[in-house]
Design a protein around this ligand. Structure first.
Ligand SMILES: O=C(O)c1ccccc1N[C@@H]1O[C@H](COP(=O)(O)O)[C@@H](O)[C@H]1O
Length: 246
């Protein structure tokens, strides 16, 4: 079982979400709300050049069940010198093997953790630190299948995954995601209180002050923060973000 190691600084994971081969941002994760930001490799390389140590890479078509961007995603991962957390549509042996074969540092499972608990327990046992679970919530209700279906209670699922040895959680407040309205610090605190595993925060970051606020939760177990729209909207630069949490 993984214990929570408090890192010196909050890790930042710039997000590259891929739909139809393009980097996009959504609002509340809703299909059809895409704003396009061009080539995903260009975006990823931009964050890497700016000093990011992680990339949060999402195959949105795979998450929505509208196809996949496997080939493009594989190219992006293989082009990175930094660590990559890969998400979206990893729900069975085939998609897991393809994701791990890209050389990504870890995969992030969403829907599978809600719909295929036995498979996920096996994958956690086999792959340990290479597997995180994405807990994508509205309120305290988990959402799967592109965030379109309810998938049970956050804290019941967290307890089950903890018992199975899940290494870390990526916690997304869907109501905040893509809105630039600030993170849900209460949710992050509540999750940290319920588990001793590291937590990566996702959703709502709009400013350097938001990142500083998330960084105050490092002692409670928040290890990292995913930053999406704020970077694309140029609310701050990646360099400024890294400086703010260093
Ligand atoms: O990141 C998003 O904006 C997003 C929106 C809608 C659905 C999923 C999204 N992202 C990530 O995708 C995985 C879930 O994929 P799956 O359920 O395992 O197929 C999860 O990491 C979400 O945070």
């Amino acid at each position: 079982m993984t214990s929570r190691d408090t890192p010196a600084a909050l890790e930042l994971l710039p997000a590259v979400d891929v739909r139809d081969g393009q980097a996009v941002r959504l609002v509340h994760g809703e299909s059809g709300t895409e704003t396009g930001y061009g080539d995903p490799l260009d975006a990823a390389l931009t964050w890497q050049r700016a000093g990011a140590e992680w990339l949060h890479l999402v195959d949105l078509d795979a998450a929505f069940g509208t196809g996949d961007n496997r080939a493009r995603i594989g190219e992006v991962v293989r082009s990175m010198d930094i660590k990559v957390e890969l998400s979206g549509g990893i729900r069975d042996d085939d998609s897991l093997a393809a994701a791990l074969a890209t050389g990504c540092t870890r995969v992030n499972l969403g829907t599978a953790a809600l719909e295929s608990p036995e498979w996920v327990a096996k994958v956690i046992a086999e792959h340990g630190e290479r597997v995180a679970v994405g807990l994508d919530v509205r309120g305290t209700t988990l959402r799967g299948r592109g965030w379109t279906r309810d998938g049970g209670d956050l804290f019941e699922t967290l307890a089950r995954l903890d018992a199975e040895g899940c290494a870390r959680y990526v916690v997304t407040d869907i109501n905040k995601d893509g809105t630039l309205q600030g993170p849900n610090l209460r949710l992050l605190r509540d999750v940290c209180a319920a588990t001793d595993r590291p937590v990566v925060a996702s959703g709502g970051v709009s400013s350097l002050d938001d990142l500083r606020a998330i960084a105050t939760l490092v002692p409670e177990g928040v290890e990292g923060a995913i930053v999406g729209k704020a970077l694309y909207a140029k609310a701050f630069t990646m360099e400024e973000a890294l400086e703010a949490v260093s």
